[in-house]
Each structure stands twice: as C-alpha cells, then as structure tokens.
Design a protein around this ligand. Structure first.
Ligand code: CA
Length: 242
C-alpha cells in the first residue's frame, strides 16, 4: 500500500465533506471530494482510491446503490467502503453491510472515531499487501529480504516484476485486468499504457523460469496467478498453435 492512502469522500453536504477532508489530510491521507454519484464515478474512473467514505443520501443515485455497483465491478470490488448516514437504525445498517459496505457510521460522528474506523478498515483489507511472505505452489516471495525463489532456487527479478509478483501472490487465483494492475502495482498512473503491463508480465514470466507458467493470460480479461499449471499449459499450447 502507498504511504498516503487515497480516500474518496462522497458527500453532498460541503461542511461535512470539508470537515472530513481536513481531518484526513492532517492524518496522513489524501482525500478527494465528490458531491454526487456522477462525480464520484468520474473520480473512480480516473483513479481507484484506497478507501471510499460514502454518504447514503445523495442527490441522484443513492450511496447504497453506488456501493452495490462498485462491489459488482472487478475494478472496484476490493476497495473498502464506509457508509456515512443520518439513518442509524439496525435495518439500515444491515442494508448497508449487505450492499458490500465494510463499515457504517451514523451521523453525527466524531472525526476521531471516523479516523479510527478508516484505519481499522484499511488494516483489515490490507494484509494481502503488507504481508511479508507469500508462497503459492513452491513460488515464494519474501518482501522483507526482497527475495524470490521457486522450489528453493533463488530467482532474480526487477523492481516492477517484484511488485507485480507480490500483488499476484497476494491475490492468487483471481483475474486482474490490465487497468487494475496499473492501479494496484504502478499506483494510479492513468497515463501509462496498458501495454506496459504486458511487457512486465512477459519479463516476470521469463524471470520466473519454470514457474513462469503460473502467470496465466486470461483471454479478454487480463492475468491470473494460478497454482494449477495444467490449465496454463493448455492455454499456452493453444496460443502457440494459433
Ligand atoms: Ca447527504
């Protein structure tokens, strides 16, 4: 995770949005503000944030509906969402969590509590990337010592390939689009071409040698790190024959 987490604040009341943004900024976060669902979507299209604070009652599409939509989209489904609302009863709380929100805060709330919840949600969601050691099917990456090995044999990786592999190992068996990888590995560099991802995936496969086949191309979708090399061999054979 980047050192200053980006937080998208979706809130139509400027005074509340300002209060939240100021507190986030003073506590090491990078807040951006969207005052309705359309501008929130534009912000997300430009860069996927590390966390979203989402007001329930918005003009136009509701926060609840936005949360559901973002949960359903591959690009945003892993972004933690904390719902903010004036509604405090249990039914609403359940509806918010059912929609995929990670946490829920009833207004008025203290900014101290909000910050505590933001940190807690990021910690809960973050272990995949902050974890120091990953192993999938004999392929091991140690973030602490910056070492990669396959079946005990050390491998040499460039810095981008290392980060890419770390992300893949932390999210094994899941398909990642090129856009998602750009967001998560390169960090919101929307001006980098998606083809860059292909170049680094190719280098990663080469660097991994025999384990390179674990990085699978998923046609029309992106890439996946898989522990099932048989499926990979099939897709690579199909590619070679094409
Ligand atoms: Ca509102």
């Amino acid at each position: 995770m980047r050192s200053m987490p980006a937080v998208l604040v979706v809130e139509d009341e400027p005074a509340i949005a300002e209060l939240i943004a100021v507190n986030l900024r003073h506590n090491g976060f990078r807040p951006t503000w969207a005052m309705d669902s359309a501008s929130a979507q534009r912000e997300i299209d430009a860069a996927v944030p590390d966390l979203i604070l989402l007001d329930w009652m918005l003009p136009g599409e509701s926060g609840l509906s936005l949360a559901k939509r973002w949960r359903a989209e591959p690009r945003t489904k892993e972004v933690p969402v904390i719902m903010l609302t004036a509604r405090g009863d249990e039914m609403d709380r359940v509806a918010g969590l059912d929609a995929g929100a990670d946490d829920y805060m009833a207004k008025p709330f203290s900014t101290k509590e909000l910050l505590a919840r933001v940190r807690a949600v990021l910690r809960r969601r973050g272990p995949d990337l902050s974890k120091e050691r990953f192993t999938v099917a004999g392929l091991t990456l140690d973030a602490d010592t910056h070492r990669v090995s396959y079946l005990g044999e050390p491998l040499k990786l460039g810095p981008t390939e290392f980060k890419l592999l770390q992300y893949f190992l932390g999210h094994a068996e899941r398909v990642h689009s090129r856009g998602q990888l750009l967001d998560k590995v390169w960090g919101d560099h929307v001006y980098i071409e998606e083809r860059t991802v292909d170049v680094h995936v190719k280098r990663l496969r080469e660097a991994l040698g025999a384990a390179g086949a674990m990085v699978e191309t998923v046609r029309g979708a992106g890439y996946r790190l898989t522990a099932k090399p048989a499926a990979v061999e099939t897709s690579m054979a199909a590619k070679a024959g094409a």
